[in-house]
Design a protein around this ligand. Structure first.
Ligand code: MEZ
Length: 533
């Protein structure tokens, strides 16, 4: 028990109301209430956080200042910096990124017969995939169907999603679960051997499949083992892609890579490139802490944008309602939605419920912000962080002793390190930057407007519209990773490369000059947390 006295006082209120709250969940909002709370309290609606894009395919559109800064930035290299006549490696398909989307893409590209190289700027598996806890959605039970899943995804996305992408997502989902299981992924099962599934925010059926609360790590382990077991896929770690190379006809022709340790650069020639570089939480939009891994700096968006690929939904980010708010050492880290899926309620400083625990993430996060900022009913931590209670002890009271320990063991351990026993004590949470809703615009085969360029996973945009539901990210990385790998593998069978060139960098610099933009340098590669005087 490490809560300071003023917080303990509020915790006693939560304990006092707990018996009266069992079986009495706060009602869901009406569609009108949802719209209202989003417009007034969701960070996506803070006008001053956004600006107009000045250059590139999205010119005239709107994005967050932090993303504009990296999109409208100068390249790391000049067009003549690398000898493109002497590649350091040659392949059919180059996969950029070592998370679940990249691994899935590499597997399918290899199965299509493509000579495949996967490069990743950190270790293979250092990715947001690894950080995803609560589960992966798939309508693979009799009580459910892909069309129900489809409606949930579209409703969760505010009816803005690209319908073709959603169709691909939900139709492939049952097959993806079977594929992963076949590769050795250990999903939670009921005693009769059937899949154990629970609800997530915005789901109309229990279709969240999990591996305890380390679902992403289990999926990543499975995919990484499979890639490693196929010797004809080359995996190179600690090598970042810093620019895409085109040929003289405008097709993608590989990439310039940089060794993260020695800084030496080289050209990898490829007939197709799959960007699977993940999200950009480490840009800390609007000053939010993040659940994202250390390398989530939006590099793929930057490089695809520079070769002319339009981006979609770059004016919306996902703030996961339950980021850890206390203790300070874990500020912003993920407290999985599974905790609410198992029955934990959300309470204010007086121990009162104020929101249905499984509203869609955008609405749930906005409700937390309203409770703290407008109603003044948040708890304030010693570091002045407003937050609300997540009443985790309810779970064992509803489902029986041992449910929390079995369901979210990693989370229990995380809090125990700081002297908090979430089985017996509630925990403090506040929205944290979790997911990049948008990204490079793709078609259902993960292709883009640039010939030979494919994008999968969090770097792609359109699947989730303006808000993603829990468990659809672990799903989309595999669905679109597989689709990208397959499509790129087929594409390269008839692709013929022309002369490789980086001339687009000169054109890009001229466009920046003409727009009067003298930006920073990107891709960022790694966040800079050093203090500058
Ligand atoms: O899909 C996600 O973002 C996810 C599984 C997160 C979580 O709350 O566990």
């Amino acid at each position: 028990m490490i809560y300071p006295p003023e917080i303990l006082e509020s915790m006693r209120e939560v304990e006092a109301t707990r018996p009266t709250r069992i079986g009495k969940t706060f009602p869901r909002m009406t569609p009108e209430q949802r719209q209202d709370i989003l417009k007034n309290f969701h960070p996506d609606y803070i006008d001053t956080a956004f600006c107009e894009v000045k250059v590139g395919p999205n010119k005239g559109g709107k994005t967050l200042h932090e993303l504009a800064a990296v999109l409208e930035a100068r390249p790391r290299i000049k067009a003549n910096a690398v000898d493109l006549s002497d590649p350091i490696a040659d392949c059919d398909v180059l996969v950029v990124g070592g998370g679940g989307a990249g691994a899935s893409a590499a597997l399918l590209a290899q199965e299509a017969g493509a000579r495949t190289i996967l490069v990743t700027k950190l270790r293979f598996g250092d990715a947001n995939t690894m950080m995803a806890q609560g589960g992966i959605q798939a309508a693979d039970k009799d009580i459910d169907s892909p069309d129900r899943h489809y409606l949930d995804v579209i409703g969760g996305g505010g009816f803005t999603n690209d319908p073709d992408l959603v169709e691909a997502l939900v139709m492939d989902a049952p097959g993806v679960i079977a594929w992963l299981e076949n590769l050795g992924c250990m999903f939670d099962k009921e005693p009769d051997g059937s899949m154990r599934t629970i609800h997530g925010g915005g789901t109309s059926r229990k279709r969240m499949h999990a591996a305890r609360d380390y679902s992403g790590a289990e999926i990543m382990r499975t995919l990484r083992d499979e890639v490693r077991n196929r010797p004809d896929i080359t995996v190179t770690e600690f090598v970042s892609v810093i620019e895409l190379v085109l040929d003289d006809k405008g097709h993608v022709a590989g990439a310039v890579v940089q060794n993260m340790e020695t800084q030496t650069m080289g050209y990898i020639r490829a007939k197709a490139v799959i960007i699977a570089t993940g999200g950009s939480g480490r840009l800390h939009y609007q000053g939010f802490p993040t659940t994202n891994h250390y390398g989530a700096t939006g590099d793929g968006l930057v490089m695809a944008y520079r070769v002319g690929a339009p981006l979609s939904f770059i004016d919306t980010m996902q703030y996961h309602p339950t980021g850890a708010a206390f203790p300070e050492q874990i500020l912003g880290q993920l407290v999985t939605e599974k905790v609410r899926g198992l029955g934990a309620q959300v309470c204010n400083v007086d121990g009162e419920q104020f929101v249905f625990p499984l509203e869609t993430r955008d609405v749930e996060a906005a409700a937390f912000i309203r409770e703290c900022k407008e109603r003044g009913k948040g708890v304030i931590t010693p570091s002045a962080q407003p937050c609300v209670w997540l009443d985790s002890p309810l779970i064992d009271m509803i489902h029986g002793e041992g449910t929390i320990a079995r369901g979210v063991p990693a989370m229990v351990r995380q809090y125990k390190r700081f002297g908090i026993d979430m089985i017996k004590e509630p925990i403090l949470v506040y929205p944290t930057l979790h997911y990049q809703n948008g990204g490079v615009a793709i078609k259902a085969d993960a292709s883009t407007q640039v010939s030979g360029l494919y994008v999968a996973g969090e770097a792609a945009g359109g699947i989730h519209g303006r808000n993603r539901l829990m468990g659809n990210s672990l799903l989309d990385i595999v669905v679109f990773g597989r689709r990208a790998g397959h499509a790129a593998g087929e594409f390269v069978k008839s692709a013929a490369l022309g002369q490789p060139t980086l001339a687009h960098l000169d054109a890009w610099n001229k466009e920046l000059d003409a727009a009067g933009v003298d930006g920073q340098i990107s891709p960022v590669l790694l966040p800079d947390y050093t203090r500058h005087a």
